[in-house]
Design a protein around this ligand. Structure first.
Ligand code: F3S
Length: 283
């Protein structure tokens, strides 16, 4: 049995960096450690960290109540006021914001100074977008759909700087930018989409088209894993969606000679390796 494991399976660069940061902090152990929001959307990882004493702070109120310890900012990033709040309180902050997200914060600051209003293409409820907005001194705009783009109105004298949530779909970004471009504003468009999601999907599609069975690993609520599953299923009817090795019930037959494996962005390496080993040995 041949096993093809996607190189892009599992954590992207930013998430891996954030999780590694938490483990480094545990080793250095300087009092209680908190993450502001779950470090990654994977219960197993969060539980493991909790067992090592890392607590998840769910709200800004909880953050405001802290009197000591270290707070780790996750890859999505946060607005400026969170940095200020922790500084005022004298709480140690360890910043694991993904550098690609941090770059958008810098763009927002710089372009506002250059007299532009920030327009973010993305989901207003997503923590990354909330964080970007938190770096704008003036009110910013957020647009997610073609309808919102068509209805968008701002004074024509306003200069705009358009950026994107890092995980936004590129084609949709282009479409929305085109709709806004036709409205006659002075706009500066900066494509801040991170290529990690697209690369993962392209590789998954490619592998699924070459194998007899495909395994997609990820949390049942992980939207990027669901998307991966849909992509793979289109290429390979024999595609399995599992959360961990326990769910794997691969129907083997003579015709399965090659199995592909990929995983969503919040799937830890450990789970991927377990599945890879099992498939390699068992079949
Ligand atoms: Fe991951 Fe950072 Fe891109 S968190 S998806 S590498 S923006």
């Amino acid at each position: 049995m041949k096993v093809k494991l996607a190189k892009t399976a599992g954590f992207c660069f930013g998430v891996r960096r954030a999780v590694d940061t938490v483990y480094e902090q545990i080793e250095q152990s300087q009092g209680p450690i908190y993450t502001y929001g779950p470090i990654v959307h994977n219960e197993m990882v969060v539980r493991e960290l909790e067992e090592k004493g890392v607590r998840v702070l769910g709200t800004e109120e909880e953050l405001a109540e802290l009197t000591q310890g270290t707070v780790i900012i996750r890859a999505h990033g946060v607005g400026r006021h969170i940095y200020e709040l922790l500084e005022q309180k004298g709480i140690r902050l360890v910043d694991a914001t993904c550098p690609f997200v941090r770059k958008i914060h810098r763009i927002a600051e710089r372009e506002e100074k250059n007299g532009r209003r920030i327009l973010i293409i993305g989901n207003a409820k997503h923590p990354e977008v909330e964080g970007i907005r938190g770096w704008c001194r003036n009110p910013s705009y957020v647009i997610e759909s073609a309808e919102e783009a068509r209805n968008f109105k701002a004074p024509l004298s306003e200069k705009l700087c358009i950026v994107s949530q890092t995980t936004f779909n590129y084609n949709k970004f282009e479409d929305l930018v085109e709709i806004i471009s036709k409205k006659g504003y002075d706009i500066l468009v900066l494509n801040t989409i991170c290529s990690a999601t697209e690369e993962r999907q392209t590789e998954a599609r490619q592998i699924a088209s070459e194998v007899d069975a495909m395994i997609v690993i990820g949390g049942s609520h992980s939207s990027n894993t669901q998307k991966l599953f849909e992509i793979c299923k289109k290429e390979c009817g024999n595609t399995y969606y599992i959360q961990s090795l326990d769910d794997l019930d691969l129907k083997t037959s003579e015709s399965i000679r090659c199995v592909g494996i990929t995983a969503g962005a919040s799937t830890p390496n450990k789970i991927i390796e377990e599945v890879q080993k099992h498939v390699g040995i068992k079949f």
